[in-house]
Structure formats: C-alpha cells, structure tokens
Design a protein around this ligand. Structure first.
Ligand code: ADP
Ligand code: ZN
Length: 735
C-alpha cells in the first residue's frame, strides 16, 4: 500500500472524491484526498467506513440527492492501493447492473472486487546471486553453491539448494555472510500469451464464411451482437476460437463464458491445440491463490483470454475486445441469489459499454435471442451441418402408454433391446434422467405419509450411495427413520419413482454385459472426478453412462451411439413459461451426445406424450417451426420476449408477517397502463430453508419503464420486521 501522505507541494485546497464501497448500499460517499494523493476514478482506496477500514473504489459521479457534506466533516482517504485502477467499462457495468436489477451499487461492486487479496501486489520473488564478500570456510557444499551463483541467473532458495545438492541452510549461511546477496525480483508471470498466429482448422465453406465474418468484427471492434447458430458438432467452437484470434491480434483480451459444468478438460484441450497455451480459468473450483493470481493477471493484462462461468463477467479487463457466450440459452447463466442477474444479457451490456462485439453461441438458441435476430438487432451466422458430414442422430419416441411396464421398473422393452444391441456391438450408450439420488419420494406404505424436508416444502430425496435422505433445495440431510413419524409403522417406507442410482440398479440387473457409471453432481464432486470419468468413458472402461445433465454438455465421446431419455416428459410439468423451450433445449443437447464419431447415433425418448410439440420438434428436427409456435403463444399472452416480467419474492420466518407484507405490496401496486401485478400467493416452494415465501409477478408491456415503476412502488412499502423483499427481473425460476 502506498501511503497517501506524500510530502509534495500539492495545492493546499484538499480535493474531494466519491468512493463506492462493496457493501449493500447504493450511495457513494465523499472523502477528502490527502495532499499529494492522486487517486482518480477507478483507483482502489482504503477509507475509514463506520468503525472499520474498508477498500473501495473512487467513483465517477456526484452522490445523488444527498447534500454534499461539509468540508470539515469529511473523512480522509487513508491510502491508495498499488493496483491497476478498475477500468471504466467495468465501473459503468456496475452502475448499469445495479440500475437494471434494482440492486444496491455496492452489492454489485462486491462482485467486481470479489478477491480483495488480489488488490495487494504479489510478493516479490526472493532470489540469490553472488555477493560482494568472499566466503570464509569454503566447504565443498559452499563451493558448489557459489560456483552455481557465479554462472547462472539469480535463483530461489529451494532451486539453488536443489541444484547444488545442499541443504537450504547452506545457502542461507552464505547469504548471512555476504557471499550471496538477496535480490527481489518481480513475481513470475503465470499466464503466457496465446499464439494467435498459429493456423486453426481448415474450415468448410460454411465455417469459413462464419469465421471470416466473426473475425472481421473482432478485428475491427465496435459493438455488435452476433448469434453463431449450428447443430452440435458443427464446429462452432472452432469458429469462435478463430474470432478470438482476431481480437488477440488486435491486442485485446477475450472473455469466453460457459455454463460451469461445460467448462471441462476437453474445452481447455481444444483451446491449447489452437493457441499452444491454456487460457486463464474462472470458476467456483479455483483455489484461493489461483483466484488471486488470475484476478490480478486480468487487471494487469497478463491474462489475455479467460474462460469462465458467469461471474467472469465482472473481471477487471482493461483491454477487452471480444465476449463469447457459449450455450447462450443455458439457464445456468442466471444467478439466482444475491444480485439476481443473467450473465448472458449482462455480457451484451458489457460489450455495448466497451464498444466491442459479443458472440452468442448455441445449437438451440433461446427464444429471446431468436426474436432479436428476427427483429434485426442481432446478426445470425449459421452452420447448418455437422463437421465432416457426420450425420445427426436419428431421434424417435417410445410411447410409454403401450409399453406396460412392471411397477418399479422404468426401462421399456424397446429401450432395453436397443441397449443390448448397442452394448453387444461394442459401442457405448447413455441413459439420461435429470434426477439425482435413488428415489425422489419416500412414503409410508401403511398411512401414506411422505417424508418432507423440515425446512422446505420439498420431498426428501433418498441417496442410497450415501445412506441418507437429502433436500435438494436447502441441503438438509437425515437418515431414513426406522419408524414412520406419523403412524409409527416399522419398515413401512417405500421408495417412489427413479433417480439415477435406482436406474443403475435396474440396468445392472437387466443388462449383464453393462459396465455402468453414474454421472451426477453428487457422485462427481468437482472437475477432477468429472475428468476421470470422461477418461474412463473414452477408454471404454465404461460402456453405459447413467447420468443427469452433468454430462449433457460439451463432451465428445466417439463410441457413444445410443442415448436413451428415460423420462422425456420430466421438465414439462409445472408452471414455468419456458418449460417447453427448456425441455427442447436440454433433450436436444443430450441427443447431441450420440453418434459424434464414425458410427451413426440414435436417440430414444420414453414419453407418455409422443404427440407433444416438443417431441415432434425433436423427432422431425423442425426446430424453427417449434420456436415459431412458441413465439406465437407467448406473443398472444404478452410474455417474454414480447413483454417483460419481474418476480417479487417476499420471505421471512414468520408466515403472518410475510403474508401481511405481500398483501400490503399488492394493495399499493402501481396502477399504470401496460403494467399488471399478479398475486400475491404463496410460492410453489412456499417454504425454503426455514423461510416462508410469497410471490408477486409483475407483467409489463415492453414500452413500460418497468424498473422505474418498481423502484417507486417498493420504496413506498416498508416490509414488516424480519421480512425480506427480493426483486427478480426477467425471472427464469417461478418456484
Ligand atoms: P460445436 O461447438 O458446434 O459442437 P465443435 O467445434 O466442438 O462443434 O466441433 C466438433 C468436432 O469437429 C470437434 O472435435 C472439432 O475439433 C471438429 N471440427 C470441427 N470443424 C473442424 C474442421 N474444420 N476441421 C477439423 N476438425 C473440425
Ligand atoms: Zn430443505
């Protein structure tokens, strides 16, 4: 930290700065700059805040609607940190996200300075070189060290000791005697620059056309949003890596956002093949040190390409030249707690603020994006076919109404036959069921009592592998009780419905030749376990993968030729406005795992609704018609993307207080043309983590200033004691 009290002859009139601190407050605060301190907008400064000392950022504007405090009452900036200033693009993004999501600016700032330790300069490397004083007592060991120090570059303690085959004490002793001197070298670089000059893939004409367009854009700069639309395996990744090369050539940094679970070893390997180095990574699995080094390397410009999950959007790029959002339709880009935002949408905002292009990538683009293309706001680049003529898998439905399954089994005869055939021919299969654990519901056979989470309106899911029941909403765990808590019946519990564990049990019993692995987020805890499983599949130690969506994305298994979707209807229940769209996207993605190598693939969908438009679109491949029908239905109802929604979640421990606040909100709801408020009603998940929840849903025409109306309304309503209001702009979850 640089002391702010410098003895320069700066003018005596103290300058005043506005500082935003990372606490959930919207205001900036005024501070006096001590003489000689040249902190300017973006500078990280340490300031007294309440009774604490905090690090904040010098902000650009005047504090709004607050009288400027008297000069004499101003507190002084303590010090300016020795760290690159927060770039203007990121500062403007903080303001913008706060305004859009109705979050305090300080809460958004906290996401943009999530690694406080990175604000301190990295410790210098200590290295040893030959000193000025001759050493006394020249032992053999000492001679070896001095000989090395005389010829080679300065080296660290362990390195020098190892090379000279002596203990560290020998080196230290020589330094103490002055025969070696200690140097402080700048911290080592952690990230090498990607080599954009390397040739990429030899593109097909369609790929080349898309790549040229993207690369030109990235090379020129300037804001534009583009959709790279193409079936799985069409080479979209290959093409956008070429655009990244264009931005790198221009001396700019690149950010690639991916849903967390798609960010695996295979993607990194692709990048390394293209650019000869691995990119910087940004996700929840980084260690503290990696996090600190990466954040700082982005700020200093050492890291040129970052591939990250949604929070990568708030990294301090000073020279950002391109943002890619891969799997742009994925709901994982929506952050649902704290500041509720959609990283896909905010990536486009950042691109606009930085005046650079943003590329959205998907085989199943969201309806929002498709409509933006139709309305001319985004440019679409299309890759119509799989690379090298690989065929798309053939998709068909199994009508479960005709299959007469025995109770306790979930694999139809048709699917079992296909599995046997595939495994016998030495190929691999995947069974997809988006349900972790053994069974989603446990009930008492005697009295019908269901085992619920004590904190949530949610069934407890049995996980046999871990010998417990678990709540998938709050994480609560308990052992299966011996007696029913309701009727006291012993041994009366029955598992209802399948999870992946139970399915593996059935498949194991009915397919003797199967070498089964389960892939779910709880059985694969972390990227290392996932990478190990991917390897086992590639090496064909496993020939039947039974998994949730964790393996649905981004993986390329050449011998996998059959995908069985165990319950294709699973996502269609419930009141989610995107239920059909999301089911289509997910199943399409899962289907895309089949037949990516030399052998053609096929996909079987077990469904009780073979005539549902989602099944129809998957089977016929008529994605665009499906999207048109979806669009027509939503347009008629004024739902997104043709209208806007905001969820308001009222929660608290005291149910009465929650209901009172929710009703009070409804009573004061804005009466405004083009805006309506639905509710209040208890949320479908009416209790979560011990808090009761009520919801209101605001529906607005696109021309209504939704945020302004909400801000005004919510400012007027004081929640009851202990009750919290959460605003969810553009909600994805309606639970
Ligand atoms: P997508 O991102 O559209 O699913 P990928 O970029 O992952 O498609 O490409 C699928 C596979 O085909 C990858 O293994 C990729 O390396 C390969 N591929 C795509 N285009 C080419 C090309 N022009 N030359 C060589 N290999 C290619
Ligand atoms: Zn729970």
């Amino acid at each position: 930290m640089r002391a702010a009290h410098a003895t320069s002859d700066a003018p005596p009139s103290a300058a005043r700065v506005h500082v935003l601190v990372p606490v959930p407050l919207g205001e900036v605060y005024d501070y006096r700059l001590p003489e000689g301190c040249v902190a300017r907008p973006g500078s990280f400064v340490s300031v007294p805040f309440g009774r604490r000392q905090m690090i904040g950022v010098v902000w650009d504007e005047q504090p709004s609607e607050r009288p400027s405090p008297e000069e004499s009452s101003l507190k002084e900036v303590t010090a300016e940190l020795d760290c690159p200033a927060m770039p203007p693009g990121l500062r403007r993004l903080v303001d913008w996200v706060a305004g859009y999501t109705l979050s305090p600016r300080g809460a958004v700032l906290r996401m943009a300075m999530s690694v406080p330790k990175a604000l301190e300069p990295p410790a210098p490397r200590i290295a040893y070189a030959l000193g000025d004083r001759p050493a006394k007592r020249l032992t053999k060991a000492r001679q070896r060290v001095l000989a090395l120090a005389a010829e080679g570059p300065p080296r660290g303690l362990t390195e020098l000791a190892r090379e000279a085959a002596v203990g560290a004490g020998v080196v230290r002793g020589l330094a103490k005697a002055g025969a070696l001197k200690i140097l402080e070298l700048p911290a080592a670089r952690r990230f090498s620059a990607p080599d954009w000059r390397r040739a990429g893939a030899t593109f097909s004409p369609e790929q080349a056309a898309a790549a040229v367009r993207l690369k030109d854009r990235a090379h020129q700069g300037g804001f534009a949003t583009m959709l790279l639309d193409g079936v799985t395996g069409a080479g979209k990744t290959e093409v956008y890596l070429d655009a990244a090369a264009g931005a790198l050539e221009r001396g700019r940094q690149v950010l690639v956002l991916l849903p967390e679970i798609a960010l695996g070893a295979q993607w990194l390997e692709r990048f390394r093949r293209r650019f000869a180095v691995t990119p910087a990574e940004w996700h929840s699995d980084l260690g503290a040190r990696q996090r600190r080094e990466t954040w700082r390397a982005v700020a200093t410009g050492e890291a040129r390409v970052v591939v990250g999950a949604r929070s990568g959007l708030f990294l301090p790029f000073a020279e950002l030249g391109l943002i890619v959002v891969d799997e742009e339709h994925d709901a994982a880009f929506k952050q649902e707690d704290g500041v509720i935002y959609n990283a896909r949408d905010m990536a486009i905002v950042r691109a606009r603020l930085e005046d650079i292009p943003c590329v959205l990538v998907s085989a199943t683009p969201s309806l929002e994006t498709v409509v933006n293309v139709q309305q001319g706001r985004y440019e679409r680049l299309h890759l119509p076919a799989r690379h090298a003529g690989a065929a798309l898998p053939e998709i068909s439905a199994i009508d479960m109404r005709a299959e007469n399954l025995a109770s306790g089994s979930w694999l139809s005869g048709t699917l079992l036959d296909a599995l046997v055939e595939t495994l016998e021919s030495g190929q691999q299969a995947m069974l997809f069921l988006n349900r972790r654990g053994y069974a989603p519901l446990t009930l008492c056979r005697t009295c019908g009592h269901r085992l619920y989470c004590p904190n949530c309106t949610s069934w407890l899911v049995e996980h046999r592998a871990f010998h417990h029941l678990q709540c998938h909403h709050c994480g609560h765990r308990e052992a299966l009780p011996e007696r029913c808590p309701n009727c006291d019946g012993a041994d009366s519990f029955a598992a209802c419905g399948p999870g992946v564990e139970r399915l593996a049990e059935e498949a194991g019993a009915k397919l003797p030749g199967a070498r089964i692995a389960i892939a779910a987020s709880d059985t694969l805890n972390g990227p290392k376990a996932a990478a190990a499983l991917v390897r086992r599949i590639l090496e064909e130690q496993v020939n039947l993968v039974i998994g949730t969506q964790i393996l649905a994305k981004g993986h390329h298994f050449p011998m996998l030729t059959l995908v069985g979707v165990v319950d294709a209807d699973l996502g269609l229940a419930g009141g989610d406005l995107r239920a059909a769209e999301r089911t289509y996207q997910l199943l399409h993605q899962v289907a895309g795992r089949a037949g990516r190598g030399a052998h053609p693939g096929r996909v079987l969908l077990q469904t009780y609704m073979p005539d549902h438009p989602v099944m129809g679109a998957l089977i016929s491949g008529e994605r665009d018609r499906f999207l048109e029908e979806e669009a027509a239905a939503r347009r008629k109802l004024g739902l997104p993307p043709f209208g806007r929604l905001a969820g308001i979640i009222v929660s608290g421990v005291d149910e009465g207080a929650v209901a009172t606040t929710a009703r009070e909100l409804a009573r004061r709801a804005p009466r405004q043309d083009g805006l309506s408020v639905l509710g209040p009603a208890p949320a479908p998940l009416s209790r979560l983590g011990g808090r009761h929840r009520w919801r209101l849903l605001v529906k607005a025409r696109k021309d209504v200033a939704l945020q302004a109306a909400l801000r005004h309304w919510l400012a007027e309503t004081k929640p009851a004691h202990g009750v919290k209001l959460k605003v969810d702009i553009d909600p994805y979850s309606f639970l």
